[in-house]
Ligand binder design. Structure first.
Ligand code: GDP
Length: 444
């Protein structure tokens, strides 16, 4: 379990405060010793631990009594705040160039996951609607080029290769030219990794950097290397100048030292983290969520977000099923409109239905207003009418009754009925399911 040891180490600190009334200089001595030990065991660098413990101690003694909050809870809160601060506070987003292409240069030692990250990053950017191209620049490991080509196919992103006989800087030049020709938004270059830092590696990187003039230079570091990761980020930053780090293998039993030390030691933020071998396993580095995990509160936010995504996807699929089988009635109509109103974000739901593009905020407001009108009319229908919209198409009397009960005009009711049938047909056409589906004319 990642951070498991750190979490339980910190727990023993809180436990020592059980039964205390207030945090004092005296009663925090023991808990602070536990915190210090826990951080050192998690392989956080010593100067970082010292500064951290001092910052927490100072705040702890100064907090005073807050009614209803126990001293151990106060300490948890202070440690949480300071952990977030230590990791850089806010999430640090990728920067994009004003004019395309944005160039991202990846560097790192061998085996840290650089090639994997290149492809993961391309997929990550693609999901944000950006077109991508990869440049294979690991000329010392022929297998790395093949690997990148395979991964590129997997995420459906073109890979520029020039073999292993061309100098990395020349590959960079050619690759960039190709990217400009292809008009891609972002180009990501994978570079050679060595087992350790050496002169040739640094010089080559400098040459590549000069040619590419990248917006982002990201050092890929392995979380398993603990505080060594922070030292590497520092060295690479001094040597070639980097904009941030990508921390890989956070899914393994990393002790946390890397995540906690990188920003404080190097001054450079961790921008992204790799949490698995799948192409999807790359995400932004959220200091607050990381602190939550370290404190053993679980990655609640991440979980909720994922769950929401899955739920919305299922809703959309259910709706598609209904439409395809032409069973989409006023009940479905109502359920959907209510769900949409609840989510307050129609664009996302519509975006999931094929054929419905992006909508503007003005269109959303307009749609929400007409949803309210529709809702009133549907509520005035009998259960039978809701299930069999045909009844309404056939009977002006029924439509008149609904208009009166809902306070709308007969014309509005007729429009709603027509709209439902049109929607059925339109959706069916969109999905290429052409069986039946003519629009019944309203009889007068
Ligand atoms: P490179 O030498 O830096 O290019 O490293 P590779 O991209 O070839 O990755 C080395 C190994 O680490 C491969 O087996 C990857 O599948 C694995 N790897 C990369 N990133 C992660 C990660 O976030 N989690 C896990 N569990 N494995 C990873």
């Amino acid at each position: 379990e990642m951070f498991g040891q750190l979490t339980s180490g910190l727990e023993s600190a809180w436990n020592k405060l059980k039964g205390e009334e207030v945090l004092t200089k005296e009663n925090i001595v023991e808990p602070m010793r536990d915190i210090r030990r826990a951080l050192l065991e998690a392989d956080v660098s010593l100067p970082v631990v010292r500064r951290f413990v001092q910052a927490v101690s100072e705040r702890a003694v100064g907090v005073g009594v807050i009614r209803g909050v126990k001293p151990d809870q106060q300490l948890v809160k202070i440690v949480s705040d300071e952990l977030v601060k230590l990791m850089g506070g806010e999430v640090s987003e990728l920067t994009f160039a004003k004019s395309s292409p944005t160039v991202i240069l990846l560097a790192g030692l061998q085996g840290v996951g650089k090639t994997t990250v290149s492809a993961k990053l391309a997929l990550y950017l693609k999901k944000q609607g950006k077109s991508c191209m990869l440049i294979a620049g690991d000329v010392y490991r022929p297998a790395a080029i093949d690997q990148l080509v395979i991964l590129g196919k997997q995420v459906d992103v073109p890979v520029y290769t020039a073999g292993t006989d061309v100098k990395p800087a020349e590959i960079a030049r050619q690759g960039l030219q190709e990217a400009k020709k292809k008009n891609v938004d972002v180009v990501v270059m994978d570079t050679a990794g060595r087992l350790q830092i050496d002169r040739t590696m640094m010089d080559e990187l400098k040459d590549v950097k000069r040619i590419l003039n990248p917006t982002e230079v990201l050092l890929v570091v392995d979380a398993m290397t603990g505080q060594e990761a922070a030292a590497l980020v520092t060295t690479f930053n001094l040597e070639i100048g980097i904009t941030g780090a990508i921390l890989t293998k956070l899914d393994g039993d990393s002790r946390g030292g890397a995540a906690l030390s990188v920003k404080e030691v190097s001054g450079k933020p961790i921008k992204l983290v790799g949490r698995g071998e799948r192409m999807e396993d790359l995400e932004p580095f959220y200091p607050d969520r990381m602190a939550g995990r370290i404190l053993g509160m679980g990655d609640v936010l991440s979980f909720v977000e994922k769950a929401q995504e899955v739920m919305k996807q299922e809703d959309a699929e259910d709706l598609q099923q209904k439409i395809m089988s032409a069973k989409f009635d006023f009940n479905d109509f109502l359920k959907q409109t209510r769900a949409v109103a609840q989510m307050g974000s129609m664009s996302r739901v519509l975006g999931m239905i094929p054929g419905m593009g992006k909508v503007t905020p003005a269109q959303i407001r307009e749609a929400e207003k007409s949803l309210q009108i529709m809702e009133a009319m549907i509520e005035a229908m009998t259960p039978e009418e809701r299930e069999k919209p045909e009844l309404l198409a056939e009977s002006p009397a029924r439509r008149k009754r609904i208009a009166q009960e809902s306070g709308k005009t007969e014309q509005q009711v007729s429009q709603l009925v027509a709209q439902l049938f049109q929607m059925r047909v339109r959706m069916k056409n969109l999905m290429g399911v052409m069986q039946g589906g003519s629009v019944p004319a309203l009889s007068n």
